[in-house]
Write a protein that binds this ligand. Structure first.
Ligand SMILES: O=C(O)CCC(=O)C(=O)O
Ligand SMILES: [Fe+2]
Length: 256
């Protein structure tokens, strides 16, 4: 999405953008260290952590997927900060306007297998996916689209990872999670990694993607960039089948 389509409510004063902490790993792949201050991490952890998570493909992961309006507006604001920051640091990184949030909660040391975000709810085009990492640190794997080399990036609470443009369909994985190194502000019984993954996707389909199981991780080997995104599987439907009402342009306050 071009910057001109971003509503004023989401625009940020330049002073908020921590460009110095961005690191371009390769064109279209940016990590932003400490994108969120500790108080912001706690606010988002509490706000999104209270959502209605559903079990995913493995016992360690629960997920909730919906339009951004279904979550605390501070989450969207933090995403806009991170994506703006990444686009400023990297000329290959398109701007994005988040429409949907997939939040993942990992409550054991295992993560998520190697995959590409090729499903229709991940968003067409090259707008980036923005990941905000909260809670326990993880080892995050990425496979370079330039060299095919696999790298591991440690994502700590408050870090952001943004992949778009030439890296929009980069292979990635959550290799492991270190619950023991959870931030001290996390109650021991709630130790987990919460990833907020924002996407710019078509509206009105979210009710088809509320559940996700191992059998839905299809087409990963066959799919090539340029192919249409993979649609929902017959068994992939939410408990609540109804889409949300039309988007409201709710104002959000940027706290990052
Ligand atoms: O948890 C993460 O950081 C990544 C999650 C992910 O890759 C996905 O939901 O597609
Ligand atoms: Fe993914």
């Amino acid at each position: 999405m071009s910057p001109s389509r971003v509503p004023d409510a989401y625009r940020l004063p330049d002073a908020y953008l921590p460009t110095g902490r961005s690191k371009v790993i390769e064109p279209g792949l940016v990590v932003i260290r400490a994108a969120l201050a500790e108080t912001e991490q706690q606010t988002l952890f509490r706000a999104v952590g209270g959502s209605r998570f559903l079990p995913a493909e493995t016992a360690n992961r629960e997920r909730v997927y919906d339009r951004v309006e279904a979550f605390d507006a501070a989450a969207t604001a933090a995403c806009v900060c991170a994506s703006t920051c990444a686009s400023q640091a990297d000329a290959a990184m398109p701007n994005m306007f988040p429409t949907h949030l997939l939040a993942n909660r990992y409550s054991s040391t295992s993560g998520l297998v190697w995959h590409r975000d090729i499903y229709r709810n991940d968003g067409d085009g090259d707008a980036p996916i923005v990941i905000l990492s909260l809670g326990a640190p993880c080892q995050f794997g990425v496979e370079s689209v330039v060299t095919g080399e696999r790298r591991v990036i440690e994502l700590r609470s408050g870090d952001a990872l943004v992949f778009g443009g030439p890296c929009r369909f980069i292979k990635h994985a959550v290799l492991s999670i270190d619950l023991e190194r959870s931030p001290t502000w996390m109650p021991v019984e709630q130790r987990a990694r919460l990833s907020l993954t924002f996407r710019e996707a078509v509206l009105g389909q979210e009710h088809l993607y509320r559940t996700f199981k191992a059998e839905h991780l299809t087409e990963q080997e066959r799919w090539r960039p340029g192919d249409p995104l993979v649609g929902p599987q017959p068994t992939q439907q939410g408990l609540d089948q109804s889409p949300l009402p039309a988007r409201s342009e709710a104002a959000v306050a940027c706290s990052a």
